[in-house]
Design a protein around this ligand. Structure first.
Ligand code: TZP
Ligand code: MG
Length: 233
């Protein structure tokens, strides 16, 4: 069966070297996957193309090392060039995550092929309309957020009062119902948010700092994964 059908976005880690307090990206990924994380996105706004290829290699190796029975997918944020170069070097990378002002999904699909995962950040005010009309054949999941204001990505968009535009649990539940494409929610997500988020009907949660900045990333990962499993409807 192809990877697009096997993909599990329930526990989704986003990670780059700027998020790890100087610790190894590969080791944190390995610990998170050992603890049950199902999906990894390499995302760095500071790494060069070469560094990103190397990080992608580290991430792919870390996932392979754990050798889980469940499939853990690896995508790279934004950088179609890095993904194509990594694949040329034999690195197993499953797809791309893009925002709405990045390379269009259609172009990503053309370059990466049918058997790749493509995720899209959806955080504009047109989100509800967009989600209803989204083409499921082009797109594998929506990343929606932020749930709370977050220092990891301060430029998440402002409401009419100039406050960071966050998503309520009610709004998320509505989105989950409307969307024919799986939704994963993140942005400021902490362990205490998991029970309520899991009850909204979305497919998964994504986190950066709740894992990458934890004193013990492995036990923080296990707590998040376990809470999701307990509360998921
Ligand atoms: N997209 C929306 S919010 C965000 C991304 C990548 C960052 C989330 O980081 P954190 O540390 O989990 O708040
Ligand atoms: Mg982007």
């Amino acid at each position: 069966m192809d990877i697009r059908k096997r993909v599990d976005i329930s526990a989704y880690l986003v990670i780059g070297p700027e998020n790890t307090k100087g610790r190894s990206v590969g080791i944190i990924i390995k610990e998170a996957v050992e603890a049950g994380f199902t999906f990894v996105q390499v995302r760095s706004k500071v790494a060069s193309a070469r560094e990103l290829i190397q990080l992608t290699r580290e991430a792919a190796d870390a996932i392979a090392e754990v050798g889980k029975s469940h499939y853990v997918a690896l995508v790279v944020n934004d950088r179609l060039d890095v993904i194509l170069a990594a694949r040329k070097e034999g690195i197993k990378v499953d797809g791309i995550h893009v925002g709405q002002s990045d390379i269009p999904v259609k172009v990503c699909r053309e370059y990466l092929g049918e058997d790749s995962i493509i995720g899209l950040s959806a955080r504009t005010t047109e989100l509800f309309e967009y989600i209803k009309t989204a083409d499921a054949s082009l797109l594998d999941y929506f990343g929606v957020g932020p749930l709370h204001e977050t220092l990891t990505k301060p430029d998440c968009g402002l409401d009419t009062n100039g406050k960071v535009l966050t998503r309520s649990f009610e709004e998320i539940a509505k989105l989950a119902k409307l969307s024919s494409i799986p939704v994963v929610v993140g942005g400021g997500v902490k362990l205490q948010d998991i029970p309520q988020l899991a009850q909204t009907g979305v497919e998964g949660f994504f986190v950066v700092s709740a894992v990458t900045k934890a004193d013990d990333p492995k036990s923080a990962s296990a707590e998040l994964v376990d809470a999701w499993k307990v509360h998921k409807i």
